[in-house]
Design a protein around this ligand. Sequence first.
Ligand code: SAH
Ligand code: SF4
Length: 349
Amino acid sequence: MKDIYKRNSSLRILSGLNLEEIEELTSLLGASKFRARQIHNWIYLKSVKEIDEMTDLSKKFRDELKEVAQVTDVRIKVKQVSSDGTIKYLLEYSDGECVETVLMRFDNRANLTACVSSQVGCAVNCSFCATGKRGFIRNLSYKEIVEQVLTIQRDTGLKVTNIVFMGQGEPLLNLDNVLKAMKIFNEDFQIGARRLTVSTSGIIPQINKLAELDLQSTLALSLHAPNHEIRKKLMQIEEKYPMNKLHSALKNYVDKTSRRITIEYLLIKDLNDTAESAKQLAAYLKDIKCNINLIPYNPTEKNDYQRPSNNSIMKFKYLMEHSGKKVTVRLERGADIDAACGQLRGKVK
Ligand code: SAH
Ligand code: SF4
């Protein structure tokens, strides 16, 4: 079989180019802006794998285009399909580094959500997360982030409707590339800004920067603890950006953007799932416009945390609802293929 992903460094990669950049390329070939628009549609809306699939371009023009460009150089190294329909891909970039990207479907909704990675590895190293265990390897470029969604679309033939930056890496430590990728998701994929969510472990200066930008996307904060002591145990980042300062940053974010924040709260048995924790959490969030998303801990190797019983999860949910917040429990997706939150490692086991 012909290898469509063969790497030829002299060829321009079309995926990740915006319309103006494609226009530059077509004008070099002496073709009109209309050709550029057609190519753009084939890349982002129809997600073709090869230039030859762009059937409204003449054979002659396709041949000329193939001399200077190819659709992608990202390879699907491993693809796993969960019994619940979640698909996890291990993708390989041209330098051999790999990341995971996950497609989630929910039975009763038309949404197709891509969970994308922003870095290879992660420097934040939270004690409960498999990604952090690898340390930080490198940032992904905005094109490499965009390629994750294009790969999903090319492979499934489906159009992604929602994107969450909840794969590997800390998006706010690679903010420039994340913002460029979001712009492309918005303008080129035509995914509404409100369908984009960036999740962070709480990098305060960058949260402030996002507040200034006043985007319509959703900010999710991985809080995971009701107080400084517990958060310190779970997340080293608490030393640098403690909860009291985070509180001011979150308030400022809501003031500036008028957007409701999502608070992510990992539930770990006997550690942060008690009635006292719920009380403290409610007090901390009292004056912050937010929804709460409870994430029952997913097991990863090398720590002794446990998932709480369904009973304690529901009790915690009830207590938080009582404080007047909207609370959801994150459905576990793809646990049988290690695609659930915190289980992404970015390498073949
Ligand atoms: N670095 C960012 C985004 C990636 S992690 C962040 O931390 O927010 C996406 C979510 O998965 C975060 O809320 C993270 O705390 C959560 N997560 C990490 N490890 C987990 C585990 N073992 N079980 C459940 N959720 C986990
Ligand atoms: Fe990094 Fe997020 Fe994992 Fe923490 S939870 S190590 S910030 S990816």
